[in-house]
Design a protein around this ligand. Structure first.
Ligand code: GAR
Length: 195
């Protein structure tokens, strides 16, 4: 099976990165993590790169140009943002043919941006969740690939909601990657390429 070559971008904890790495180790999973990039040298998630012996780069200066070179060098086909807190320019997104996915801890298009859980609780929402979407150049915006919902309990706190949603994220992101890879393959066939 030909596997799509992924690069995962992180800024911190990296728990979504870990779930993606583990899923990619499955024989039938259609993608493989070939590169991990962080804009933060102290990102906890970088230890998963070392643990699983996956090439990684910390880029603190000239971020997009350096990243593009790394993506070309490693023949990356899909970029996954996983807790990556730097905004990518529209120019960069266009250059990478829009093959960029992101996970956000809300039911988009609701609650884009930061402090999601706090705003959800203040508004007394009954449910929240997480979304994997294609990145279109605006913050937390773009075609939705998959969503997962959670119910909000009466005594819910920001921390308990974050934990509840994070657990859903760990299964949602790999499922969304799988779905996206299938869609890309269908597209390749349509335009007469090979997949
Ligand atoms: C996740 O909850 C992710 O949805 C969120 O940051 C967290 C990263 O956790 N992303 C955003 O808010 C993007 N707008 P992780 O580093 O443990 O994967």
């Amino acid at each position: 099976m030909i596997k799509e070559r992924l690069c995962v971008l992180i800024s911190g904890r990296g728990s979504n990165l870990l779930s993606i790495i583990k899923s990619c180790r499955g024989k039938d999973f259609p993608a493989k993590v070939k590169l991990i990039v962080s804009n933060n040298p102290n990102a906890f998630g970088l230890r998963y790169a070392k643990q699983y012996k996956i090439p990684f780069k910390v880029i603190t200066k000239n971020f997009e140009n350096t990243l593009l070179k790394q993506l070309q060098k490693n023949q990356i086909e899909i970029l996954c943002l996983a807790g990556f807190m730097k905004v990518l320019s529209k120019n960069f997104i266009d250059l990478f043919f829009n093959m960029i996915l992101n996970i956000h801890p809300s039911l988009l298009p609701k609650y884009k941006g930061l402090n999601t859980h706090k705003r959800v609780l203040n508004n007394k929402e009954k449910e929240s969740g997480c979304t994997v979407h294609r990145v279109d150049g605006k913050i937390d915006s773009g075609e939705i690939i998959l969503q997962s919902k959670v119910k909000i309990a009466k005594n819910e706190t920001e921390a308990s909601l974050e934990n509840k949603i994070l657990k859903k994220e760990w299964t949602l992101y790999p499922r969304a990657i799988k779905k996206y890879c299938k869609e890309i393959k269908r597209y390749y066939w349509k335009i007469g390429g090979t997949a």
